[in-house]
Ligand binder design. Structure first.
Ligand code: NAD
Length: 301
């Protein structure tokens, strides 16, 4: 029989995700400290619990989609929480973005109580959550993954099993470091386009057909540095020049280039290091890993 689902945290992400599960016919009980958030779920036929303890008693699988580490820890491990009121045959999916150390503590404590655990933080945006098109990065044992996968499929289209417990949240932090850093660069670049008087739509038509889409990780790096090919390509020396040109222009326009300046400093350092100026710009990976004394990352090693 399918797991009865308890959903805790019905905010911007959790609300639509829980609604998708309810629409797909899952047996649902929901809880949120803000009672108003439960109303749309009740309209879809979900039961509304008055406490975490009441919810836990009524379900087989608990999903948390809460703001931050202390919220999740309190709900799962605190007094009146899921561990205290749970049964050994239950499972928990935490979909919140929290500290990996907290995830590790949750896994250990719940496992000791015989409760299965998967960290399944969410990629993509609220609009995807509404459409049931979320992406999940799952950290779980093989057994727990098999149990939670059909539930995640009720909320998303793309489910990655990243490895054991804790690997989902760590993947999420890696992903967000990239996504949020790129966002800052995009903000600076599009502001520069505006200051130049460019048409923003046609600027996007251009950059969305170049590696500015972060095709580095889609197609460039897998065919260059990650397979040990750092021959140019586009030289670090030239990349340094181009960024310097953009920064000069931005300075003239009075636009702060916080991330751009940091990138320029990295390129200055790489260019000044023996041999690197003439390497393909994907060899920045080797420069950074070299500074850290870490073996250059490669596929299959
Ligand atoms: P949100 O603030 O909109 O929703 C959080 C919900 O949790 C609220 O309804 C709140 O009332 C409820 N809540 C708080 N403490 C509670 C408790 N102790 N018991 C029960 N309910 C409680 O946040 P969100 O945007 O839905 O994000 C949730 C998590 O998902 C965060 O960790 C966030 O970083 C992550 N996330 C967000 C997005 C996004 O685009 N918004 C995307 C991916 C991941």
């Amino acid at each position: 029989m399918a797991d009865r689902i308890g959903f805790i945290g019905l905010g911007a992400m959790g609300g639509p995700m829980a609604a998708n599960l309810a629409r797909k016919g899952h047996d649902m009980t929901v809880y949120d400290t803000d009672l108003a958030k439960t109303v749309p779920l009740a309209e879809l036929g979900a039961s509304v619990a008055g406490s975490v303890a009441e919810l836990t008693a009524a379900v087989d699988l608990v999903i948390t989609m809460l703001p931050d580490s202390p919220d999740v820890e309190a709900v799962l491990l605190g007094p009146g929480g899921v561990r205290e009121n749970g049964r050994p045959d239950m499972a928990v999916i935490d979909m919140s973005t929290i500290a990996p150390a907290t995830t590790d503590r949750l896994f250990t404590a719940l496992t000791q109580a015989g409760i299965g655990f998967a960290d399944a933080p969410v990629g993509r945006l609220v609009a995807h959550a509404i459409r049931g098109e979320s992406l999940f990065m799952v950290g779980a044992s093989g057994n727990d993954f098999g149990r939670v996968k059909p539930v995640l499929e009720g909320m998303g289209t793309t489910i990655h099993h990243c490895g054991g417990p804790g690997s989902g949240i760590r993947t999420k932090l890696v992903n967000n470091l990239i996504a949020i850093s790129v966002c800052q660069v995009n903000a600076e670049a599009v502001t520069l386009a505006q200051a130049f008087g460019l048409d923003i739509r046609s600027t996007l038509d251009v950059v969305n057909g170049t590696t500015a889409t972060n095709g580095h990780l889609v197609s460039a790096w897998p065919n260059k540095v990650l397979v040990d090919d750092t021959d140019p390509g586009f030289r670090i020396r030239l990349a340094h020049k181009d960024v310097a040109l953009a920064l000069d222009a931005a300075k003239d326009a009075g636009i702060p280039m916080i991330a751009g300046s940091a990138v320029a400093q990295a390129l200055t350092a790489a260019k000044g290091t023996a041999g690197f100026g003439e390497k393909d710009f994907s060899a920045l990976l080797d420069f950074v890993s070299g500074m850290a004394g870490i073996k250059p990352p490669r596929f299959d090693t």
